[in-house]
Design a protein around this ligand. Structure first.
Ligand code: B1M
Length: 615
């Protein structure tokens, strides 16, 4: 099946229950099957006719083909004659405990409840079943994930099977009895709306025996502190997407210290690093502070912290050894020595005509068109865990790629009923003023708003203002600005599916919304280029768009060329994205999470750079 699909098979009617996951077929049996399939000349056999045959069966003589085939049939028969027990063992003969663990490893629920009841009928205590075969299954899932043999999407399906099993057994547990191995308070810090990462952490921890109190997003320190005293958790987990949130983690940690909280602190988030955790957050907290690069790392940290044999060493290793170092805020890069335009950016180019100067608000109806701008690496790789080039995997009919594609397609059909993509954009007259750009209402003399940008602190350093051409006689240059979102109602939908134990869909719908927002940026930017009079060449590929090989570039506040997130206020003043349902938080983040804002420049010399970076 695996190689047939790799060779181009599109459709097959099979009894899925009898089909094992390719990853689960023991290496020896995989080898036996492949030798038979490809008529591989057997090594180390006396018979020269067999051994000396060409490797490719198509080059083998009739006699060689038959002899080799007979050889492998005998080998397979011999193996399964003595191993039939195992094949039978697969479902029926595996020990009940092995079968129960297998349901979790395989993420399958077929037969799970019946086998759980069979185990209970044998007199097993429901709690022992959870802490026994089921937990063994989840730890094997952790091992396979860390071994790159299982991807996030498959881990979520295993968690679904675990949730089904534990929910079934809970009704037979004695009152107050719990399988919890420990508890953790989880929250996204004040000002931050990011929860796809936090929710993945919750799903992984909750289905590995931990009680998770998920306080949600934008949680201020005082709310975290009172929740701590209410729930007395064994640990606290903080999450955040942006650099601003890492700063918030430092002040939250020192508030915990002041409140007398001493439990281990686990922190994670895209803009966070082990170094920042060790040198900034840990010293502010004064107790063990552990950086978790992903959800499975969060799980292994909790397992170690809750393991009496490992706890002291982990606490010691994560306690701060350095005193906190106060550094100036990073948002506003130090003003550069010069505001001279970089010679790398041409001047005197004709100013392209801006097609319209009024604000445009759109509900983007054609989801399929926007989805065609999704970067498969981000959706299937970064968020759902597919290893390798997803599109190549699809072309080669890799079962993992096919399964993931099918699952996401099914999700898209559901999402098409409720996902709303909205966009707001506008062209503005713009004038460069050193490292600043003034934006004007059509023909106005005084600016509507001024953005001040950093410049690379190097010889002939770049600054975004350099991409604004000097006004011609009566015409100023322009830049465009947009905010797009695909996040309306997504958090609520994801929460519903999470509560229902549909963990793959709960995570994938947030990932799809996030990448739909990014795809809508790509779609709208292309449209802005067309409206501005420089459409992409017909031959341009999506991959070239994902690597911005088009005319001009877009820059999002918070990214290196314009890192000051407070400038989002200028976008809100000029564009009022609240009217497409996007609010700016006290932390200068956009609610809903799946939202993107950007400035669009037409200058052909646009490049990506880090403002304020020196040599
Ligand atoms: Co953007 N973004 N983004 N973004 N984004 C970053 C974070 C950025 C670093 C990119 C960059 O500069 N190169 C940059 C931040 C820099 C800064 O802080 N100044 C940035 C920016 C600026 C922005 C915007 C502001 C841009 C704009 O539009 N102006 C904007 C803000 C959005 C908003 O306010 N709502 C924005 C938007 C987005 C998208 C929506 C398009 C998208 C989704 C964001 C999201 O994940 N919610 C997005 C993405 C995808 C990224 C990058 C490329 C990847 C983030 C990611 O992997 N998310 C990121 C660059 C990068 O990291 N390379 C970038 C998936 C999520 C599952 O992972 O959150 O890391 P993560 O959670 C992980 C671990 O961190 C860990 O486990 C989780 C699961 O494995 N973990 C924990 C997290 N919390 C934990 C708690 C624990 C344990 C483990 O406690 C026990």
């Amino acid at each position: 099946m695996y190689y047939c699909t790799k060779a181009g098979l599109d459709l097959a009617i099979v009894n899925a229950e009898k089909l094992e996951r390719f990853a689960s077929i023991p290496e020896l049996e995989r080898r036996l099957a492949l030798d038979l399939l490809f008529n591989t000349p057997p090594a180390g056999v006396e018979d020269e006719a067999l051994r000396g045959a060409p490797a490719d069966w198509r080059d083998q003589s009739q006699a060689q083909r038959i002899a080799i085939n007979q050889f492998h049939i005998a080998a397979v028969a011999a193996h399964f004659r003595q191993a039939t027990k195992r094949s039978k063992q697969l479902a029926q003969d595996l020990s009940l405990d092995q079968r129960l663990a297998n349901y979790i490893i395989e993420g399958s629920k077929d037969g799970l409840i019946a086998d759980l009841d069979r185990k209970r009928a044998e007199g097993a205590d429901p709690l022992d079943i959870v802490n026994g075969p089921l937990m063994d299954g989840m730890s094997e899932v952790g091992r396979l994930f860390n071994n790159n043999e299982l991807i996030v999407a498959e881990v979520l399906q295993s968690a679904e099977a675990m949730k089904t099993a534990v929910s079934h057994l809970q009704r037979f547990m004695k009152k107050g009895e719990t399988s919890a191995r420990g508890s953790i308070l989880l929250a996204t810090v004040k000002g931050d709306v990011h929860d796809i990462g936090k929710n993945l952490v919750e799903i992984i921890l909750a289905n590995n025996g931990y009680t998770v109190v998920n306080l949600g997003i934008r949680v201020p320190p005082e709310a975290l502190i009172s929740a701590y005293f209410e729930h007395q958790p064994d640990a606290i987990g903080l999450s955040g997407l942006l650099v601003k949130s890492t700063q918030q983690m430092v002040s939250t940690a020192s508030d915990f210290k002041a409140a007398g909280i001493r439990v281990p602190l686990l922190v994670g988030g895209a803009a966070l690093s082990e170094k920042f955790t060790r040198t900034k957050i840990a010293p502010a907290y004064g107790e063990a502070t552990c950086y978790a690069k992903d959800a499975m790392t969060g799980l292994s940290l909790m397992n170690q912290l809750m393991d009496p044999a490992a706890r002291e060493a982990v606490l010691e290793h994560h306690r701060a050894t350095q005193t906190p170092v106060e550094e100036p805020k990073c948002e506003s890069p130090a003003l550069p020595a010069t505001n001279r335009r970089s010679a790398k950016v041409r001047t005197g180019l004709p100013i392209p005509h801006a097609p319209y100067l009024d604000r445009r608000l759109r509900a983007v109806p054609n989801l399929a068109e926007v989805w065609s701008y999704i970067n498969p690496y981000m959706l299937y790789g970064r968020h759902l865990g597919y290893k390798g080039n997803f599109e190549v995997g699809l072309q080669e009919h890799d079962p993992k790629a096919l399964a993931l594609h099918r699952q996401v397609d099914e999700l898209k059909q559901e999402a098409a009923q409720f996902m709303k993509v909205r966009a707001a954009w506008q062209f503005f007259e713009a004038e460069r003023d050193g490292n600043a750009i003034h934006l004007f209402a059509p023909g106005a003399s005084g600016p509507l708003h001024t953005f001040r940008f950093g410049r690379q602190l190097r010889e002939d350093g770049l600054c975004l203002s350099d991409y604004i051409l000097e006004p011609e006689a009566v015409r100023r240059d322009h830049l465009a600005m947009f905010v797009v979102t695909a996040g309306a109602g997504i958090r609520e939908r994801s929460e519903q599916w999470k509560q229902a134990g549909d963990f793959f869909k709960a995570h994938a719908i947030q990932a799809l919304a996030i990448e739909t927002a990014e795809a809508c940026s790509e779609w709208l930017h292309r449209r802005v280029r067309e409206d501005w009079g420089f459409p992409d060449p017909a031959s341009m590929t999506m991959q070239e768009r994902f690597t911005s090989r088009y005319h001009g570039k877009r820059y999002s506040f918070g990214y290196p060329a314009c890192p000051n997130l407070d400038d989002q206020q200028g976008v809100w003043k000029l564009l009022q994205p609240d009217e497409i349902g996007v609010q700016l938080t006290e932390g200068m983040m956009m609610e809903p999470e799946a939202s993107v804002s950007a400035l669009v420049f037409h200058h052909p010399d646009c490049a990506y750079f880090s403002a304020g970076e020196s040599e």
